[in-house]
Design a protein around this ligand. Structure first.
Ligand code: C2E
Ligand code: CA
Ligand code: CA
Length: 766
């Protein structure tokens, strides 16, 4: 008895203890679920706002690009030639005058550039009559052309904004494609008042909703005046704007939730929106909306959980408390993952962010980049100014880098003077290299520490998923190798490449051997003639590096130049090639031959003034006129540091040296951008030339590049011409210059001399 009393007494205490614990936990569970709901909601809101911003950027960039291209296309002289040609408009169209054929070619180029987006494109007379029309690649017959387009909503405003501007009309149903479309149109320049005309193309609204579409987010474009949904990534695209009555209640809600942008709950779903206002040249007044997809439980669900928690069984509540507590603990852990000195996220935090980004990438594609930023000579700062100054500098670096990143990017301090940057969504390496260049630039503005202004140089290594790995630790390790490579060779920034892995002994020995090759005179230049197609005369020669390797024999440029390009070794190599080429020009001049030579230079040559200084010095030393030198540079190289590249190209231009854009068509440089640079020649890449006889789209691209190039006063050269058929097809496309095995491979100087002698062709001029 005595014993059982004591037992029940202690059990009561236990029960009471359990009850109190239960009540405390219930209260805790309710509290935490409220916090959870809040946090979930604000995280969702942030994600929606971010995605919406991306969509707005994609649309505005699309608009800007469409405008640029249309304006550039309008400069094509095909259109002015059509009016200048003899005959009446009707006969010229009915009999397919060559000027009309050329104009149609120009229209189809635009269609090629916007594959899958442009539904209809046409060339219209100022009186409204269509001169030519392409619908989804097919040219309309004479009888199908519309006699009067002047009543279309785009027509008068385009005339009103005048030459040099592009007008974007509000969405309408295309009579040709029966899709809901918006159109871009512009007046053609250079036509006399009676003969004015315009070019007009339509883009289906459906193509806007598919940009960046994410599984969990639904994008909508809503007309800000009618409230009609005119594009919807969920696929509910209206066939007819009139059939889709405006949702005025939604419009009202958007208007009250923010002036320009904001967050609202629409039909029970969270949605971020931005207002893209109409302008004089753009009639589209839109709300761009990113909404959580219908599959999402919605916010109501969370409140249900809370009320259920209040009335539900105690065990469910304990469970909830337990789960919430775990979640809370996790957040606490996350809050503790910042770097003590700088307040930046630390390695754990960026690893978690990277994990999420990589998972998203696996589901919806795209690329993720990890950048490793390491300050150069930071140890000197610590040693000379003391640790306190070193710490101050490290603290100031973070916000500086942060300021050149996007909101969605993460910057973390890994320790010491090492920082990591995560770019969760990029298109490709060029974008990552641009961010690296931005980071390095922003650090060069002096930091004032105490009384001293410090300029900070940094080396950046880049690794990209999925190309260089799909796991954060591996990417970090690869970025670290690329950084080490950048630091070792003073590259500034460098992209990871498996073949450049510094642990790869083959590469290290190749570089070491190449360095010796320079000293041991094992390098030679071979020349490939550039010819004028019409009369087969030689009008220049391209210098291509060869390595006469003592064991391996004659080695092509492709086998060693790309490796050298990632190291500081490319500079002495380029200097050597320049000197050799200029010496050879001098010898040709002495022998009475005028052969301009083209020398290839890599991206790094555009990052400082060394190239300009070397060229000036060598031309002077060998008394070679500057017009005898052509510098070949790829579009991609120009785009890695566009500002500095522009400066270097301008200096070369001022000296009278010519600049040629190599491998044209393979890079991502916008044509419009390139034409603002002082360039003299375009070399159409081999990939377009090789199959010009069998691929219609490549033939169209070549024809348009030739037309545009000539209009802009550029020389256009086709590379990789291997046979007569290709040469004839190029001639037909108006191309005047070519290079390739059809004439000669790259050969030593004396072989080229003999070849020219045997042909006894007079040497032509550019
Ligand atoms: P690239 O400037 O596009 O040079 C043309 C390449 O195509 C050369 O290869 C040439 O031999 C080859 N080729 C020429 N005609 C034909 C043809 O009809 N058919 C085919 N299939 N190929 C043809 P190579 O010499 O191996 O050069 C490869 C690349 O190495 C060059 O591409 C250039 O980017 C780079 N390179 C060459 N020499 C130098 C140099 O002195 N400095 C720098 N920085 N890069 C160089
Ligand atoms: Ca070249
Ligand atoms: Ca090339």
């Amino acid at each position: 008895m005595w014993r059982s009393l004591r037992r029940s007494h202690s059990l009561a205490w236990l029960r009471l203890g359990a009850l109190v614990a239960g009540v405390v936990m219930v209260a805790f569970a309710v509290g935490l679920s409220v916090i959870n709901t809040h946090e979930h909601r604000s995280a969702l809101d942030r994600q929606l706002a971010r995605e919406d911003r991306k969509q707005v950027t994609a649309i505005t960039e699309y608009f800007a690009r469409a405008r640029d291209l249309l304006l550039l296309q309008a400069q094509n002289d095909a259109f002015t030639d059509f009016y200048a040609a003899a005959g009446t408009r009707d006969t010229k169209i009915a009999e397919a005058d060559p000027t009309l054929v050329k104009a149609v070619g120009s229209l189809s180029y635009l269609e090629q550039l916007y594959k899958g987006r442009v539904g209809e494109i046409c060339f219209i007379d100022i009186h409204g009559a269509e001169n030519a029309r392409l619908v989804k690649g097919r040219q309309a017959a004479f009888a199908e052309l519309s006699p009067d387009e002047s009543h279309n909503p785009f027509f008068q405003p385009t005339v009103d904004v005048g030459v040099g501007s592009v007008y974007q009309a509000a969405a309408y149903i295309s009579p040709d494609t029966h899709d809901l479309v918006i159109s871009n149109s512009t007046m053609l320049p250079g036509l006399p008042p009676g003969d004015q005309a315009l070019v007009h193309f339509e883009v289906s609204m459906a193509s806007f909703a598919s940009i960046n579409s994410d599984l969990n987010i639904r994008f909508l474009i809503v007309d800000a005046t009618t409230g009609a949904t005119i594009a919807d990534s969920a696929g509910r695209v209206p066939v007819n704007a009139e059939q889709a009555p405006g949702d005025m209640a939604m419009l009202q809600q958007l208007r009250t939730s923010g002036d320009q942008n904001g967050i609202a709950t629409i039909n029970g779903q969270r949605a971020a929106f931005e207002h893209l206002r109409s302008t004089r040249t753009n009639a589209n007044d839109w709300y761009i909306i990113a909404a959580s997809a219908p599959a999402d439980a919605g916010l109501g669900g969370y409140f249900d959980v809370r009320s259920m928690a209040l009335i539900g069984a105690a065990c469910a509540l304990f469970m909830l408390a337990f789960l919430s507590f775990r979640g809370y603990q996790r957040r606490l852990e996350l809050a503790a993952v910042t770097d003590g000195l700088t307040g930046l996220p630390n390695r754990n935090m960026i690893a978690a962010d990277a994990q999420r980004a990589l998972e998203l990438r696996r589901r919806s594609g795209g690329k993720v980049a990890v950048l490793l930023v390491d300050l150069d000579r930071f140890k000197d700062v610590n040693d000379t100014l003391g640790h306190q100054s070193g710490d101050q500098l490290l603290t100031a670096v973070g916000p500086r880098i942060r300021s050149v990143l996007r909101d969605a990017d993460t910057i973390a301090r890994l320790g010491g003077d090492e920082f990591a940057v995560l770019l969760p969504s990029i298109h490709g390496p060029t974008e990552a290299l641009e961010v690296a260049a931005r980071i390095r630039r922003c650090l060069r503005d002096p930091f004032v520490i105490g009384e001293i202004a410090l300029e900070v140089e940094a080396s950046v290594g880049i690794a990209i998923a999925p190309d260089h790995g799909d796991d954060f630790m591996l990417l970090l390790q690869h970025a670290d190798m690329a950084m080490y490579n950048a630091k070792l060779f003073g590259l500034g920034a460098s992209l990871y490449e498996a073949s450049l892995d510094s642990h790869d002994p083959r590469r290290l020995s190749l570089l070491a051997e190449l360095r010796l090759a320079l000293d041991h005179d094992e390098l030679v230049l071979h020349y490939q003639p550039k010819v004028s197609i019409a009369d087969d005369t030689v009008c220049g020669a391209e210098a291509l590096l060869r390595w006469e390797h003592p064991q391996r024999g004659l080695t092509m440029a492709d086998a060693f130049v790309p490796y050298a390009e990632h190291t500081a070794l490319i500079q002495p190599l380029t200097d050597w090639a320049l000197e050799r080429a200029i010496k050879d020009v001098r010898a040709w001049l002495d022998a009475g031959r005028e052969i301009p030579v083209s020398v290839n230079v890599s991206a790094r040559s555009l990052h400082d003034n060394h190239l300009c200084e070397t060229v000036a010095h060598l031309l002077d030393r060998y008394r070679v006129p500057s017009r005898m030198l052509v510098i070949e540079i790829t579009e991609t190289a120009i785009m890695t540091e566009p500002t500095k590249a522009r400066e270097v190209l301008a200096t070369l231009d001022a000296m009278g040296v010519q600049v040629s854009v190599d491998d044209f068509g393979t890079g991502h440089a916008s044509l419009v951008y390139l034409t603002t640079l002082p360039i003299h020649e375009l070399k159409i890449d081999r990939t377009f030339v090789t199959d010009v006889c069998t691929r219609q789209d490549h033939a169209v691209i070549i024809r348009s590049v030739v037309d545009l190039g000539h209009n802009l006063g550029l020389r256009v050269v086709a590379e990789g011409v291997e046979d007569d058929a290709t040469r004839d097809r190029l001639a037909l496309a108006g191309c005047l210059f070519a290079q390739g095995y059809r004439w000669s491979r790259a050969v030593p100087v004396d072989v080229l001399d003999k070849w020219m002698d045997s042909r006894r062709t007079p040497v032509g001029r550019h």
